[in-house]
Design a protein around this ligand. Structure first.
Ligand code: MTE
Ligand code: MO
Length: 374
Protein backbone atom coordinates (compact mmCIF):
# COMPACT_ATOMS: atom_id res chain seq x y z
CA UNK A 1 0.00 0.00 0.00
CA UNK A 2 1.64 3.26 -1.14
CA UNK A 3 -0.49 4.99 1.53
CA UNK A 4 0.95 3.06 4.47
CA UNK A 5 3.24 5.92 5.56
CA UNK A 6 0.72 8.76 5.72
CA UNK A 7 1.14 11.32 8.53
CA UNK A 8 -1.26 11.68 11.46
CA UNK A 9 -4.08 14.17 11.02
CA UNK A 10 -6.19 16.27 13.39
CA UNK A 11 -9.52 14.66 14.23
CA UNK A 12 -11.48 17.88 13.62
CA UNK A 13 -10.77 17.72 9.87
CA UNK A 14 -13.70 16.63 7.72
CA UNK A 15 -12.42 14.00 5.32
CA UNK A 16 -13.30 14.36 1.63
CA UNK A 17 -11.05 11.54 0.50
CA UNK A 18 -8.80 9.04 2.31
CA UNK A 19 -6.41 7.88 -0.43
CA UNK A 20 -5.24 10.40 -1.53
CA UNK A 21 -5.98 12.31 1.65
CA UNK A 22 -8.21 15.38 1.25
CA UNK A 23 -9.78 17.16 4.21
CA UNK A 24 -10.94 20.54 5.46
CA UNK A 25 -11.67 22.09 8.85
CA UNK A 26 -15.26 22.89 9.89
CA UNK A 27 -16.24 26.53 9.16
CA UNK A 28 -16.44 27.51 12.85
CA UNK A 29 -12.80 26.52 13.47
CA UNK A 30 -11.61 27.93 10.16
CA UNK A 31 -12.21 31.55 11.15
CA UNK A 32 -11.15 31.33 14.79
CA UNK A 33 -7.82 32.95 14.01
CA UNK A 34 -6.26 35.07 11.28
CA UNK A 35 -3.42 32.55 11.01
CA UNK A 36 -4.76 29.06 10.39
CA UNK A 37 -3.14 26.56 12.77
CA UNK A 38 -1.05 24.01 10.86
CA UNK A 39 -3.12 21.05 12.06
CA UNK A 40 -6.38 22.67 10.89
CA UNK A 41 -5.08 23.76 7.46
CA UNK A 42 -6.94 21.93 4.69
CA UNK A 43 -5.08 19.12 2.94
CA UNK A 44 -5.37 18.43 -0.77
CA UNK A 45 -3.16 15.57 -1.93
CA UNK A 46 -3.39 13.89 -5.32
CA UNK A 47 -1.00 11.06 -4.48
CA UNK A 48 0.60 9.42 -1.43
CA UNK A 49 2.59 11.75 0.84
CA UNK A 50 6.32 11.29 0.16
CA UNK A 51 8.65 10.49 3.04
CA UNK A 52 11.65 12.74 2.36
CA UNK A 53 14.94 12.57 4.23
CA UNK A 54 16.47 16.04 4.68
CA UNK A 55 19.99 14.63 4.41
CA UNK A 56 19.47 13.32 0.91
CA UNK A 57 16.94 15.93 -0.28
CA UNK A 58 17.93 17.96 -3.33
CA UNK A 59 16.25 20.59 -5.48
CA UNK A 60 17.18 20.46 -9.13
CA UNK A 61 17.22 23.65 -11.20
CA UNK A 62 16.89 23.15 -14.93
CA UNK A 63 16.56 25.23 -18.04
CA UNK A 64 14.47 23.24 -20.51
CA UNK A 65 15.92 19.70 -20.45
CA UNK A 66 19.30 20.69 -19.01
CA UNK A 67 20.04 20.57 -15.28
CA UNK A 68 21.99 23.69 -14.31
CA UNK A 69 22.30 23.30 -10.55
CA UNK A 70 21.42 21.03 -7.67
CA UNK A 71 20.71 22.65 -4.32
CA UNK A 72 20.66 20.95 -0.94
CA UNK A 73 18.30 22.02 1.84
CA UNK A 74 21.19 23.97 3.42
CA UNK A 75 21.90 25.75 0.11
CA UNK A 76 18.30 26.97 -0.01
CA UNK A 77 18.49 28.19 3.57
CA UNK A 78 21.55 30.31 2.70
CA UNK A 79 19.48 32.59 0.49
CA UNK A 80 18.06 35.73 2.14
CA UNK A 81 15.13 34.70 4.30
CA UNK A 82 11.68 36.14 3.61
CA UNK A 83 8.54 35.90 5.71
CA UNK A 84 5.18 36.30 4.02
CA UNK A 85 1.65 35.66 5.21
CA UNK A 86 -0.47 34.26 2.44
CA UNK A 87 -3.67 32.39 1.93
CA UNK A 88 -3.69 29.23 -0.16
CA UNK A 89 -7.04 28.29 -1.70
CA UNK A 90 -8.00 25.26 -3.72
CA UNK A 91 -9.54 25.99 -7.12
CA UNK A 92 -12.47 23.80 -6.06
CA UNK A 93 -13.22 25.54 -2.76
CA UNK A 94 -17.05 25.82 -2.26
CA UNK A 95 -17.61 23.26 -5.06
CA UNK A 96 -20.42 21.54 -3.09
CA UNK A 97 -22.60 24.63 -3.66
CA UNK A 98 -21.92 24.75 -7.41
CA UNK A 99 -22.75 21.03 -7.62
CA UNK A 100 -26.30 21.81 -6.44
CA UNK A 101 -26.81 23.86 -9.60
CA UNK A 102 -26.00 20.91 -11.85
CA UNK A 103 -24.00 17.71 -11.50
CA UNK A 104 -20.23 18.07 -11.90
CA UNK A 105 -17.02 16.15 -11.27
CA UNK A 106 -14.77 16.87 -8.30
CA UNK A 107 -14.31 16.55 -4.55
CA UNK A 108 -17.20 18.02 -2.64
CA UNK A 109 -15.44 20.88 -0.83
CA UNK A 110 -17.40 23.05 1.56
CA UNK A 111 -15.97 26.53 2.43
CA UNK A 112 -12.82 25.19 4.12
CA UNK A 113 -10.43 24.45 1.24
CA UNK A 114 -8.51 27.58 2.20
CA UNK A 115 -6.10 28.58 4.92
CA UNK A 116 -3.92 31.54 5.80
CA UNK A 117 -0.40 30.88 7.06
CA UNK A 118 2.96 32.52 7.60
CA UNK A 119 5.60 31.08 5.31
CA UNK A 120 9.36 31.51 5.55
CA UNK A 121 11.76 30.75 2.75
CA UNK A 122 13.98 31.88 -0.10
CA UNK A 123 12.59 34.06 -2.86
CA UNK A 124 12.24 32.22 -6.14
CA UNK A 125 13.53 35.31 -7.98
CA UNK A 126 16.81 35.17 -5.99
CA UNK A 127 17.30 31.49 -6.81
CA UNK A 128 16.50 32.05 -10.49
CA UNK A 129 18.85 35.05 -10.68
CA UNK A 130 21.76 32.70 -9.94
CA UNK A 131 20.92 30.74 -13.09
CA UNK A 132 21.90 33.77 -15.16
CA UNK A 133 19.16 33.25 -17.72
CA UNK A 134 17.67 35.86 -20.02
CA UNK A 135 14.00 35.78 -19.00
CA UNK A 136 12.89 37.13 -22.38
CA UNK A 137 13.79 33.77 -23.90
CA UNK A 138 11.36 31.82 -21.70
CA UNK A 139 7.67 31.96 -20.78
CA UNK A 140 7.07 29.69 -17.80
CA UNK A 141 8.60 28.36 -14.61
CA UNK A 142 7.59 24.78 -13.83
CA UNK A 143 7.54 22.98 -10.51
CA UNK A 144 7.65 19.25 -9.91
CA UNK A 145 6.87 17.45 -6.67
CA UNK A 146 8.43 14.31 -5.24
CA UNK A 147 5.01 12.61 -5.38
CA UNK A 148 4.42 10.66 -8.56
CA UNK A 149 1.73 8.42 -10.00
CA UNK A 150 2.22 4.69 -10.68
CA UNK A 151 3.64 5.53 -14.15
CA UNK A 152 6.31 7.69 -12.48
CA UNK A 153 4.86 11.04 -13.59
CA UNK A 154 5.36 13.60 -10.83
CA UNK A 155 2.77 16.14 -9.67
CA UNK A 156 3.60 19.26 -11.67
CA UNK A 157 2.45 22.79 -12.37
CA UNK A 158 3.79 26.03 -13.79
CA UNK A 159 3.38 29.78 -13.50
CA UNK A 160 4.16 32.55 -16.00
CA UNK A 161 7.81 33.61 -15.85
CA UNK A 162 6.98 37.26 -15.08
CA UNK A 163 5.37 36.16 -11.82
CA UNK A 164 8.39 33.99 -10.98
CA UNK A 165 11.09 36.62 -11.53
CA UNK A 166 9.28 39.65 -10.06
CA UNK A 167 10.43 40.23 -6.46
CA UNK A 168 7.07 41.93 -5.77
CA UNK A 169 5.23 38.66 -6.52
CA UNK A 170 6.70 37.26 -3.28
CA UNK A 171 6.95 33.73 -4.68
CA UNK A 172 8.97 31.77 -2.12
CA UNK A 173 10.50 28.36 -1.70
CA UNK A 174 9.12 27.88 1.78
CA UNK A 175 10.69 25.70 4.50
CA UNK A 176 8.63 27.00 7.43
CA UNK A 177 4.87 27.20 8.00
CA UNK A 178 3.71 29.18 11.06
CA UNK A 179 7.17 29.03 12.61
CA UNK A 180 7.79 25.31 12.28
CA UNK A 181 9.26 23.10 9.56
CA UNK A 182 6.59 22.53 6.91
CA UNK A 183 4.58 19.46 7.99
CA UNK A 184 4.62 16.43 5.71
CA UNK A 185 1.06 16.96 4.49
CA UNK A 186 1.91 20.52 3.40
CA UNK A 187 5.12 19.80 1.50
CA UNK A 188 8.08 18.94 3.75
CA UNK A 189 10.80 20.00 3.34
CA UNK A 190 10.20 22.63 0.61
CA UNK A 191 7.06 23.84 -1.09
CA UNK A 192 6.59 26.77 -3.42
CA UNK A 193 4.15 29.45 -2.28
CA UNK A 194 2.76 31.46 -5.17
CA UNK A 195 0.68 34.10 -3.38
CA UNK A 196 -2.62 35.05 -4.99
CA UNK A 197 -2.55 32.05 -7.32
CA UNK A 198 -4.74 28.92 -7.20
CA UNK A 199 -3.58 26.25 -4.73
CA UNK A 200 -2.73 23.78 -7.49
CA UNK A 201 0.36 25.80 -8.53
CA UNK A 202 1.70 25.87 -4.94
CA UNK A 203 3.64 22.65 -5.47
CA UNK A 204 4.52 20.67 -2.36
CA UNK A 205 7.57 18.39 -1.83
CA UNK A 206 9.31 20.48 -4.49
CA UNK A 207 12.20 18.62 -6.16
CA UNK A 208 12.59 20.30 -9.55
CA UNK A 209 12.23 23.79 -11.01
CA UNK A 210 12.34 24.13 -14.79
CA UNK A 211 12.59 27.37 -16.72
CA UNK A 212 10.97 26.75 -20.08
CA UNK A 213 9.21 28.05 -23.16
CA UNK A 214 6.26 25.70 -22.61
CA UNK A 215 3.95 25.24 -19.64
CA UNK A 216 4.25 22.17 -17.47
CA UNK A 217 2.74 19.25 -19.39
CA UNK A 218 1.14 17.43 -16.43
CA UNK A 219 -2.52 16.49 -16.33
CA UNK A 220 -3.00 19.06 -13.53
CA UNK A 221 -1.76 21.94 -15.69
CA UNK A 222 -3.17 20.79 -19.04
CA UNK A 223 -6.25 18.65 -18.44
CA UNK A 224 -7.59 20.06 -15.16
CA UNK A 225 -7.76 23.32 -13.16
CA UNK A 226 -9.27 25.25 -16.06
CA UNK A 227 -12.58 27.08 -16.38
CA UNK A 228 -15.28 26.64 -19.04
CA UNK A 229 -18.65 28.03 -20.07
CA UNK A 230 -21.78 26.57 -18.42
CA UNK A 231 -22.68 25.10 -21.83
CA UNK A 232 -19.43 23.13 -22.07
CA UNK A 233 -19.93 19.54 -20.98
CA UNK A 234 -17.91 16.30 -21.10
CA UNK A 235 -19.00 15.52 -24.67
CA UNK A 236 -17.71 18.83 -26.09
CA UNK A 237 -14.95 19.98 -23.72
CA UNK A 238 -11.52 20.77 -25.19
CA UNK A 239 -9.03 21.38 -22.40
CA UNK A 240 -6.43 22.71 -24.85
CA UNK A 241 -8.72 25.69 -25.57
CA UNK A 242 -8.83 27.16 -22.05
CA UNK A 243 -5.95 28.76 -20.13
CA UNK A 244 -4.86 27.24 -16.84
CA UNK A 245 -6.28 28.95 -13.76
CA UNK A 246 -3.65 31.17 -12.14
CA UNK A 247 -4.85 34.23 -10.13
CA UNK A 248 -8.11 33.54 -8.30
CA UNK A 249 -11.26 35.69 -8.41
CA UNK A 250 -12.79 37.52 -5.44
CA UNK A 251 -14.67 35.26 -3.03
CA UNK A 252 -16.19 35.26 0.43
CA UNK A 253 -17.88 32.79 2.73
CA UNK A 254 -20.07 32.90 5.81
CA UNK A 255 -18.59 30.56 8.43
CA UNK A 256 -20.84 31.46 11.36
CA UNK A 257 -23.69 30.59 11.57
CA UNK A 258 -23.62 27.42 9.51
CA UNK A 259 -26.50 26.22 7.29
CA UNK A 260 -29.59 25.03 9.24
CA UNK A 261 -28.20 26.27 12.54
CA UNK A 262 -30.73 27.66 15.05
CA UNK A 263 -29.70 31.16 16.06
CA UNK A 264 -31.05 33.21 18.95
CA UNK A 265 -31.02 36.94 18.07
CA UNK A 266 -29.65 39.30 20.72
CA UNK A 267 -31.35 42.72 20.67
CA UNK A 268 -32.77 41.81 17.28
CA UNK A 269 -29.41 40.99 15.77
CA UNK A 270 -27.44 37.87 14.91
CA UNK A 271 -23.66 37.66 14.77
CA UNK A 272 -22.36 36.64 11.33
CA UNK A 273 -18.69 35.94 10.59
CA UNK A 274 -16.64 34.81 7.65
CA UNK A 275 -13.66 35.32 5.39
CA UNK A 276 -13.06 37.07 2.08
CA UNK A 277 -10.13 36.89 -0.29
CA UNK A 278 -9.13 37.83 -3.80
CA UNK A 279 -6.29 36.53 -5.92
CA UNK A 280 -3.46 38.56 -7.44
CA UNK A 281 -2.80 40.49 -4.23
CA UNK A 282 -6.02 42.48 -4.57
CA UNK A 283 -7.12 43.82 -1.21
CA UNK A 284 -10.63 43.15 0.08
CA UNK A 285 -12.11 46.63 0.37
CA UNK A 286 -15.66 45.75 1.48
CA UNK A 287 -17.93 42.88 2.43
CA UNK A 288 -21.69 43.33 2.02
CA UNK A 289 -24.22 41.21 3.89
CA UNK A 290 -28.01 40.99 3.51
CA UNK A 291 -30.82 38.86 4.89
CA UNK A 292 -33.66 40.35 2.86
CA UNK A 293 -32.47 39.23 -0.58
CA UNK A 294 -30.61 42.47 -1.21
CA UNK A 295 -33.24 45.05 -0.28
CA UNK A 296 -30.88 46.16 2.47
CA UNK A 297 -27.13 45.56 2.38
CA UNK A 298 -25.12 45.95 5.57
CA UNK A 299 -21.39 46.59 5.45
CA UNK A 300 -19.42 44.13 7.57
CA UNK A 301 -16.50 45.07 9.83
CA UNK A 302 -13.14 43.97 8.48
CA UNK A 303 -11.69 42.53 11.69
CA UNK A 304 -8.39 41.07 10.57
CA UNK A 305 -6.46 41.79 7.42
CA UNK A 306 -2.92 42.09 6.12
CA UNK A 307 -2.06 45.36 7.85
CA UNK A 308 1.56 45.44 6.69
CA UNK A 309 0.89 44.63 3.05
CA UNK A 310 2.05 46.94 0.30
CA UNK A 311 -0.38 48.00 -2.43
CA UNK A 312 -1.20 45.09 -4.72
CA UNK A 313 0.37 42.55 -2.36
CA UNK A 314 -2.56 41.64 -0.11
CA UNK A 315 -1.92 37.91 -0.04
CA UNK A 316 -3.78 37.14 3.20
CA UNK A 317 -7.47 36.64 3.61
CA UNK A 318 -9.65 39.15 5.45
CA UNK A 319 -11.82 38.04 8.35
CA UNK A 320 -15.06 39.97 8.76
CA UNK A 321 -18.07 40.07 11.07
CA UNK A 322 -21.34 41.88 11.53
CA UNK A 323 -24.26 42.02 13.95
CA UNK A 324 -27.01 41.65 11.40
CA UNK A 325 -30.52 42.95 12.20
CA UNK A 326 -33.16 40.28 11.60
CA UNK A 327 -36.93 40.53 11.29
CA UNK A 328 -38.65 39.60 14.58
CA UNK A 329 -41.54 37.96 12.73
CA UNK A 330 -39.34 35.51 10.80
CA UNK A 331 -38.65 31.98 11.98
CA UNK A 332 -36.09 31.56 9.25
CA UNK A 333 -33.77 33.79 7.29
CA UNK A 334 -31.25 33.49 4.47
CA UNK A 335 -27.99 35.37 4.87
CA UNK A 336 -26.03 36.39 1.77
CA UNK A 337 -22.46 37.68 1.66
CA UNK A 338 -20.44 39.18 -1.17
CA UNK A 339 -17.00 40.76 -1.17
CA UNK A 340 -15.51 43.55 -3.26
CA UNK A 341 -11.79 43.73 -4.06
CA UNK A 342 -9.47 46.65 -4.81
CA UNK A 343 -10.25 46.45 -8.54
CA UNK A 344 -13.97 46.66 -7.66
CA UNK A 345 -14.43 43.11 -8.80
CA UNK A 346 -17.56 41.66 -7.20
CA UNK A 347 -18.86 38.14 -6.78
CA UNK A 348 -21.54 36.86 -9.17
CA UNK A 349 -25.03 36.57 -7.71
CA UNK A 350 -25.55 32.88 -8.34
CA UNK A 351 -23.87 29.75 -9.64
CA UNK A 352 -26.22 29.42 -12.58
CA UNK A 353 -24.06 31.26 -15.10
CA UNK A 354 -20.63 30.36 -13.72
CA UNK A 355 -21.24 26.62 -13.44
CA UNK A 356 -18.42 24.64 -15.04
CA UNK A 357 -18.03 20.91 -15.46
CA UNK A 358 -15.10 20.55 -13.03
CA UNK A 359 -16.51 22.88 -10.40
CA UNK A 360 -13.75 25.47 -10.20
CA UNK A 361 -13.90 29.19 -9.31
CA UNK A 362 -16.99 28.78 -7.12
CA UNK A 363 -17.33 32.41 -6.04
CA UNK A 364 -21.06 33.20 -6.21
CA UNK A 365 -22.63 35.02 -3.24
CA UNK A 366 -22.49 32.71 -0.27
CA UNK A 367 -26.04 31.98 0.98
CA UNK A 368 -26.75 30.43 4.36
CA UNK A 369 -30.26 29.63 5.61
CA UNK A 370 -30.70 29.56 9.38
CA UNK A 371 -33.55 29.13 11.84
CA UNK A 372 -34.33 31.96 14.24
CA UNK A 373 -35.50 31.41 17.83
CA UNK A 374 -36.62 34.79 19.18
N1 MTE B 1 1.76 19.60 -4.75
C1 MTE B 1 2.06 18.30 -4.91
N2 MTE B 1 3.34 17.95 -5.04
N3 MTE B 1 1.08 17.35 -4.95
C2 MTE B 1 -0.24 17.70 -4.82
O1 MTE B 1 -1.11 16.82 -4.85
N4 MTE B 1 -1.89 19.53 -4.58
C3 MTE B 1 -2.10 20.93 -4.97
C4 MTE B 1 -1.09 21.84 -4.30
N5 MTE B 1 0.24 21.31 -4.43
C5 MTE B 1 -0.58 19.07 -4.67
C6 MTE B 1 0.48 20.00 -4.61
C7 MTE B 1 -3.43 21.43 -4.71
S1 MTE B 1 -4.63 21.11 -5.86
C8 MTE B 1 -3.69 22.27 -3.66
S2 MTE B 1 -5.23 22.96 -3.47
C9 MTE B 1 -2.65 22.58 -2.66
O2 MTE B 1 -1.43 21.95 -2.93
C10 MTE B 1 -3.10 22.14 -1.28
O3 MTE B 1 -2.15 22.50 -0.32
P1 MTE B 1 -2.30 22.00 1.18
O4 MTE B 1 -2.55 20.52 1.17
O5 MTE B 1 -1.05 22.38 1.88
O6 MTE B 1 -3.48 22.75 1.73
MO1 MO C 1 -6.58 22.17 -5.27
Amino acid sequence: DPYSKEPRRHKALKINGQKPFCAEPPPSLLIESFITPVELFYVRNHLPVPDIDLKTYTLELAVEETTKKTLTFEDIKKYPKYTITSAVMCGGNRRSEMAKEKQLKGLSWDVGAVGNATWVGAKLCDVLKDLGINEDNYNHVQFEGHDSDPSGTPYGASIPINKAVDPRSDVILAYEMNGQPIPRDHGFPIRVIVPGVVGARNVKWLVRIIVSKEENQSQWQQGDYKGFSPSTDWDNVDFSKAPAIQEMPVVSAICKPIPSETVVPINGKINVKGYAWSGGGRKIIRVDVTNDKGRTWHTANLDAEDTNAKEGRYWSWTLWSIDLPVNKRCKETEIWAKAVDASYNVQPESFKNIWNLRGFLCNAYHRVRVKLEH
